[in-house]
Ligand binder design. Structure first.
Ligand code: AMP
Length: 462
């Protein structure tokens, strides 16, 4: 039996069967290296990023040891953002679907605490949440960790970067001393090493090489002078390569906001994503970027964390990170799943030291290239093919994507091929449709009712 086979592990037959049905044939490197230790109850630190299969690594460990008769939380998974917590909870539900009645609850900020308290009163085997909200539940004694056996810190580096140190300490202090602690982190800075030292017992270290970056992502570096020149360089790259989906990284929130404003002035389709957005605005931004009605997202590292964007054409470092691990993490967002990705980084003379560090880290000498010809500055920016339509009805009003698609493509409707992504949130929904049919869709929706009330729908953005 291959060491990479899940069947070499001590897992319940139901779990193994499910992995087969999910077409998980072999373990990913992080799973192969960490699962034996996780299953034997050891503390593990795994340096692995999104896309490595880390969720299933800790997820299988948790599910293998769950006592289904005990409805008090036995596992707590802390994540930096609500999106990541939702992703993790969904991944766990999928892994647990062949086990009887595993209850997985998410507890994140941005939603009323009262409904969460009610859900908690029905019991849960596994809780996934963000540190601020979990700490609040503990403080108010809505949540108890008396039965906790496994604590997972997912994307630990980002949680610290987001300033969750105090809440993490409170949560760890409220957890039983005898427990398993699993720490997943894309980078391993001193702050993480220190937390690991304080809260883990003889942790096993796991590190995987994700060689894919060098293989499929072509990196380009450009030297720029003034701030104005940097902006021109950004426009040249965007106008030359015309990405349909690109993320531009800045190191601060203010830079992200300024760059977005400037791009909008130049006629680009752009939105900013930073830590100061409230949850509604964040959901809005992410929905519109993911459905291809906005082509550029200008983001800070913290805010971009937990994003799972398929098929990103380009990543541009408007300001390059001084941490090479962060740099590699940023550019790893393009070129997923074997697609060819393109990563461009801008730097000034003053930032040359960053290039030295990055070059050393990726084992490559960094040679700046020439920027595209200024002639492209006369071209119009890419206009997104899709437009977002928003409605104030969602899951809570029992709206389903299939039903909505049926309405859109029904009598006097549009073709299925003219509908893009449909995203249904609790109380609102986004539909992406081809630009040419927006008016027709709005007209159609204005004549429709949902649960005996007229549907209110409007176009968001340009
Ligand atoms: P993660 O890094 O946890 O976000 O996982 C990345 C993706 O890989 C998810 O879509 C998983 O469903 C998938 N995945 C995880 N483990 C495996 C595996 N052993 N084989 C195939 N796909 C996997």
């Amino acid at each position: 039996m291959s060491e990479q086979c899940f069947s070499s592990l001590q897992l319940q037959p139901e779990l193994l069967k499910n992995l087969q049905s999910l077409s998980y044939e072999e373990m990913t490197p992080v799973q192969a290296k960490s699962l034996p230790s996780i299953l034997s109850g050891k503390d593990v630190i795994a340096q692995a990023k999104t896309g490595s299969g880390k969720t299933a690594a800790f997820g299988l460990g948790i599910l293998a040891n769950l006592d289904l008769k005990n409805y008090q939380p036995q596992s707590l998974i802390l994540c930096p953002t609500r999106e990541l917590a939702d992703q993790v909870a969904n991944a766990l539900r999928q892994l647990a679907r062949t086990l009887p009645n595993v209850k997985i609850l998410t507890l994140c900020g941005g939603v009323p605490i009262r409904t969460q308290v009610k859900s908690l009163s029905h019991g849960a085997h596994i809780v996934v949440g963000t540190p601020g909200r979990i700490a609040k539940h503990l403080r108010k004694e809505y949540l108890t960790l008396a039965s906790l056996t496994t604590l997972v810190l997912d994307e630990g580096d980002r949680m610290l970067e987001m300033g969750f140190q105090e809440q993490l300490d409170d949560i760890i202090n409220a957890a039983p001393k005898k427990r398993q602690t699993l720490l997943f982190s894309a980078t391993y800075p001193p702050a993480i090493q220190s937390i690991a030292k304080r809260v883990m017992k003889n942790p096993e270290m796991v590190k995987v090489d994700d060689g894919h970056d060098e293989l499929t992502i072509k990196q380009h570096f450009y030297k720029v002078g003034s701030r104005e020149e940097r902006m021109t360089a950004l426009r040249l790259l965007l106008l030359k390569h015309r990405p349909k989906s690109a993320v531009i990284f800045c190191n601060t929130k203010n830079d992200a906001m300024d760059v977005t404003d400037e791009l909008l002035d130049f006629g680009f389709s752009a939105l900013d994503l930073h830590g100061d957005l409230d949850q509604v605005d964040r959901d809005d931004t992410l929905a519109r970027f993911a459905n291809k009605s906005v082509s550029i997202l200008v983001a800070t590292d913290v805010a971009a964390r937990g994003l799972d964007i398929e098929s990103l054409d380009m990543v541009i470092n408007f300001f390059t990170s001084s941490n090479p691990e962060v740099h590699v993490h940023r550019i790893g967002r393009t070129g997923r799943a074997g697609d060819k990705g393109m990563a461009c980084s801008l730097y000034s003379e003053k930032e040359s030291f960053k290039m030295g560090r990055i070059g050393e880290y990726i084992g490559q000498e960094i040679v700046p290239e020439e920027l595209p010809s200024k002639a492209v500055l006369n071209d119009d920016p890419v206009e997104p093919e899709m437009v977002s339509i928003k409605m104030r009805i969602g899951k809570k009003q029992k709206l389903r994507a299939g039903t909505l698609l049926g309405i859109l493509t029904g009598e006097n409707g549009i073709k299925g091929s003219e509908v893009g992504k449909i995203q249904i949130f609790d109380n609102q929904s986004y539909i992406a449709v081809k630009r040419e049919v927006v008016k027709q869709v709005l007209r159609k929706l204005s004549k429709e009712n949902w649960k005996n009330r007229p549907i209110k729908a409007w176009k968001v953005g340009n």
